[in-house]
Ligand binder design. Structure first.
Ligand code: PEP
Ligand code: MN
Length: 349
């Protein structure tokens, strides 16, 4: 059975203090598992019995902040495992989560240099913190455009050098993690791979932040358990992304679940962002759904933007033009200021 008790150590706990805590737990015969979450070591106790005595004892030991029973099957991503909401780095300067908001935008797929650089420049000017674009695309048909692969990664690296934007791009295959992580500031794990456990373990073994999309039919618990795989493998930097779920409706591509945002904030310390583009599959829906997500407390947005959506090789119907993206960014800024009860700040030219 999975652990029922999480022991949170002080960031400055000495190695012998940690060892004494582990020894005390082992005396009970229970298993232990350790993971770093940010600066802190978390000890997960795999209890086969009553943990009441440990709950009393452990907080008295040096180096221990607290010992909390966690009833949910996910432990490390549970809200109780952290002192507050986690902030995840997006490139060298930006953060998402823990009060930091950021927008990631760009085309569905990297198509060619002109398309990518035009999109990069447009999203940078409008105020995105990072650009997205798939070099490896998960397509329903093997005959559809699959992405440019390594050539796409090279173009992403060049877009990063030109604009200074952080790069978010999808990794489909555990064998590609190293090559994609060499270019990406954030590795996207797509909806179709949310329960690809080999891939989750692989991205969990590195320290590159991971954007974990909700699976097409995933419950909140399945989604959080997928994130737990990444944290349990040692990588604390996970951003969850709500992108809509399958439903009976055919007018929209997916049913965007705005409730996912407050639910994740209720259950976990991880940041959650919204992808209104895949959420509806139609560009006209992107603006209202993005604002709904911001109003619900999303820590950021992921938006598809193409310099010429009519010519896009994938997801043109849901991609915003640069002008429409700028309008959305202005509306997001105004809404966030209103939600904070402030006057909207004047935008930089
Ligand atoms: C994408 O972001 O382009 C994508 C394929 O998303 P999802 O995995 O949410 O379908
Ligand atoms: Mn797409």
């Amino acid at each position: 059975m999975a652990g029922e008790l999480i022991v949170v150590m002080r960031p400055e706990a000495a190695a012998d203090e940690t060892e004494a805590v582990l020894e005390r737990i082992r005396m009970t015969g229970f298993g232990v598992h350790t993971t770093m979450v940010g600066e802190r070591l978390l000890i997960s106790v795999e209890a086969g019995g009553d943990t009441a005595e440990l709950e009393e004892m452990l907080p008295q030991m040096d180096g221990v902040v607290r010992a909390v029973p966690v009833q949910s099957p996910y432990k490390l991503v549970a809200k109780e495992a952290s002192d507050g909401p986690s902030a995840v780095p997006i490139g060298p300067t930006a953060l998402i989560g823990g009060g930091h908001f950021g927008v990631i935008a760009g085309p569905c797929a990297v198509e060619d240099a002109d398309q990518l650089f035009a999109a990069a420049e447009a999203v940078r000017r409008a105020g995105a913190v990072a650009m997205r674009g798939g070099a490896y695309k998960p397509r329903s048909s093997p005959y559809s455009f699959q992405g440019l692969g390594t050539q796409g990664l090279r173009l992403l690296a060049e877009a990063k050098a030109r604009t200074g934007l952080a790069i978010v791009t999808e990794v489909l295959d555990p064998r590609h993690v190293e090559a994609v992580a060499a270019v990406a500031d954030v590795l996207q794990v797509g909806a179709r791979n949310m329960q690809n456990f080999a891939l989750l373990r692989e991205v969990g073994q590195g320290q590159r932040p991971v954007l974990l999309k909700r699976g097409m039919t995933a419950t909140y618990e399945e989604w959080l358990m997928a994130a737990e795989y990444i944290l349990a493998a040692g990588n604390p930097n996970v951003i969850l992304c709500e992108r809509g779920v399958r439903s009976f409706e055919t007018y929209t591509r997916n049913m965007f679940d705005v409730a996912a945002i407050p639910v994740v904030h209720q259950l976990s310390h991880l940041p959650v962002i919204a992808d209104p583009s895949h959420g509806a599959g139609r560009w006209r829906m992107v603006h209202p759904l993005a604002l709904a997500a911001v109003a619900a407390g999303a820590d950021g947005l992921l938006v598809e933007v193409h310099p010429n959506p009519a010519r896009a090789l994938s997801d043109g119907a849901q991609s915003l033009t640069p002008d429409n993206f700028s309008r959305l960014m202005a509306a997001v800024l105004t809404l966030r200021a209103t939600l904070r009860g402030e006057q909207p700040a004047l935008r930089q030219p």
